[in-house]
Design a protein around this ligand. Sequence first.
Ligand code: AMP
Length: 443
Amino acid sequence: MSQTLKAVRGTRDLLPPETELWNRIEATARRVFARYNFGEIRTPLFEDTGLFARGVGEETDIVSKEMYTWEDRARAQSEKPQSLTLRPENTAGVVRAYIEHKLGETGQLQKLYYIGPQFRRERPQKGRYRQFFQIGAEVIGPQSAGSESPLRDAEVLEMLATLLDELGIVGWTLELNSVGSSADRARYNDILRSALAALAPKMCQDCQRRAVTNPLRVLDCKVPEDQPIIETLPKIADSLDEESKTHFAQVCAALDAAGVVYKLNPRLVRGLDYYTRTTFEFTHGGLGAQNALLGGGRYDGLSESIGGPKAPGIGFAMGEDRLVLTLQAQEADPKAASPLFADAFVAPMANAKDAEKLKTINAAALALARELRRAGLRIELGEGSFRLKKSFEAADKCARRIVILGEDELASGVLTVKTFATGEQAKVSRAELATFLASPAGV
Ligand code: AMP
């Protein structure tokens, strides 16, 4: 017997009715982004590996151990194989597209959003998958377009607060920090490295490695025993130059003016190398260990690091899987999520032994269903050979009403409709049927 095939570890199928929730989240995001004048960008699911190595950073966990990378040999023999990678995030792809299409030459700010799958070889657990979905946006452009202004940071954060509220996410927290310019960060990295030289041997294995390769990442450590040590480390705020301090103060002032509540978190440095100045995360207590709903920040040097012009920018990526988990947990009983219900079940009725009549009534039922669907109704179509009892049982499971279409109804143009919630039975003319089915069907 052959082995049963299953979805690969860390990937999953999304089925109805849960996909309704996914669609609702995406529709809300598109609506909110449009109000802030963002347009959609769709970049390829895979890119040259070099984009992520240079853009995201060789030392990051993502690039050093989580990417799905392969050698593409399907090119001409004279060419060298190309190393390709499934995108682990979308900012690098958006900035590559910005450079490739010379979007900076418009002189305008580019405000782009994306919705789609990302791939990371992480250890799967609740809220962490190997294929997951992100909804993200970027504001990027030449300095002359105001791309470096702290107002852009504040506007993006205010938009996110609005989006989470409109999605109905209750109890989120915005955590905010500044990691300064790349020079500030380099200075701070050195300070941390010296401080860690004596402390790292008392810390976890990962921290011992990070203390050498990427000391900033020590601040991300979640191991409880390491926390008291981390608390004693120098703070990045003390390494910021005057310009970075002023920039951050202006972001905070604009948020205060707009009434967006935030919490300063000096340890928030984020895992990706390209961040400069403002970094942020929106967290939610209901998510457990994987508590970040979204993360983002400013990346003023990213375009140059992948060979483009100077193009400061700021962006974020929300974990759509985690938005879904949060919204499901907020509902009283997520298991009770109701299945999809059609407005009506069209039940053709014929004597199964009379093949001619069966054919006629089934065809008439398809025509009726077509008419109702074109009128905007959600319709389930039955089968003429079912006995009346079987049609009723099937209809009761998936629709609010049943419409009977037998020979008599076909001849008279008057249909029998039963509303399950109230038990009412009515005779409705075909001309009035769509309006009748669109009316409330009881509790
Ligand atoms: P990052 O690109 O790492 O800054 O992540 C941005 C957001 O994407 C996080 O805050 C999460 O909500 C989500 N995310 C990142 N990695 C995963 C994953 N493996 N599974 C599910 N969601 C993820």
